[in-house]
Ligand binder design. Structure first.
Ligand code: NAI
Length: 303
């Protein structure tokens, strides 16, 4: 199977540098027409420049591909709408959206200002919401759409000094879970990528020999798999240094307590059973949890 994107239009946010740049180049190389979105901000989100995005467009065009640059700040819905309108005017469709743009404002929670917390949520979470919202109706009308969120191990597992970033990165998974359900009947699939790569975001965190292994291209291979026509949906694909793994949320089967036993002491007494992983499940929607508890409660009442 060769994965190609001929005839498709992709929007990659934050595509002027790092991972987004790599995703955009690979999509173009495999036939997609690509919107290179980048605000041209520095790592902490300050400043703006169109230079990096223009460079990526020039590189794609030099290789015979088609691309356009757009400097929308993903946190600004009007700018995102303008970007999507320009893509539609030029190419008439949007098949793929990779929500990749991101910034860092690291500080321990004790020292973090609420402004730094909100800004990071605005770029990562609201940036993804804005871009999804702007393409959602187009994808529904087309009966085709592939969306990739960019999450992070910092969100799924925590990372010292990244409460704002971690919260935002976990939030995009919540967005994914519901869009998966609401998009299914229109053939819209939504997945998430959890990358680890040597980019300007991580360049001062590790020695060079490690960064050299953590190539953006290794992550991009996973991104392409998540946005092609036979992609999975609701997958969290972790990728870095040639390693590929999948993260899932599992819920244990749990215990049932009758009304007169529903006390913190009784839950504590059965703590091992609450945490017993032998029958754990990856639930396919939130209502499955209520269903599970009610099924147990009703069967206990009958017996
Ligand atoms: P990067 O800093 O090299 O690239 C991010 C790009 O996003 C920059 O070109 C920047 O100008 C652009 N950008 C920032 N704010 C923007 C906004 N409001 N609107 C439009 N563009 C904006 O970073 P990198 O490493 O390539 O990160 C890409 C994504 O991967 C981010 O979402 C990041 O959080 C995520 N990630 C990266 C990891 C890594 O190891 N590099 C680890 C986990 C997640």
């Amino acid at each position: 199977m060769t994965i190609r994107f001929d005839g498709q239009v992709a929007i990659v946010t934050g595509a002027g540098n790092g991972l987004g740049r790599s995703h955009a180049l690979a999509l173009a190389e495999r036939g997609a027409r690509v919107v290179i979105n980048d605000l041209g901000a520095s790592r902490d989100g300050s400043g703006a420049s169109s230079e990096a995005a223009m460079e990526v467009v020039a590189l794609i065009e030099k290789n015979g591909g088609e691309a356009m640059a757009h400097g929308a700040n993903v946190a600004n819905f009007a700018e995102v709408e303008d970007m999507v309108a320009q893509a539609m005017a030029k190419w008439g469709r949007v098949d793929i959206l990779i929500n990749n743009a991101g910034i860092l404002r690291d500080k321990t929670f004790a020292k973090m200002t609420l402004d730094d917390f909100k800004l990071v949520l605005d770029v990562h979470l609201m940036g993804s919401v804005n871009c999804c919202k702007a393409v959602w109706e187009i994808m529904r009308q087309q009966n085709y759409g592939r969306i990739v969120m960019t999450t992070s191990s910092s969100g799924m597992y925590g990372n010292f000094g990244q409460s704002n970033y971690g919260a935002a990165k976990m939030a995009v998974l919540g967005l994914m879970n519901t869009l998966v359900l609401e998009g299914a009947k229109n053939n819209i699939r939504v997945n998430a990528l959890s990358p680890t790569a040597g980019t300007r975001m991580t360049e001062d965190l590790m020695p060079k020999e490690m960064l050299d292994l953590l190539t953006p291209e290794a992550v991009t291979a996973g991104a392409l798999l998540l946005c092609h026509k036979d992609s999975p949906t609701r997958q969290i694909l972790c990728a870095g240094a040639g390693g590929y793994a999948s993260t899932r949320l599992f819920e244990t089967d749990g215990i049932f307590l009758a009304a007169d036993q529903q006390t913190p002491e009784e839950i504590a007494a059965q703590w091992d059973a609450v945490n017993d992983t032998s029958k754990q499940q990856n639930l396919e929607s939130g209502s499955k949890q209520t269903e599970k508890f009610l099924t147990k409660a009703m069967s206990q009442l009958k017996s």
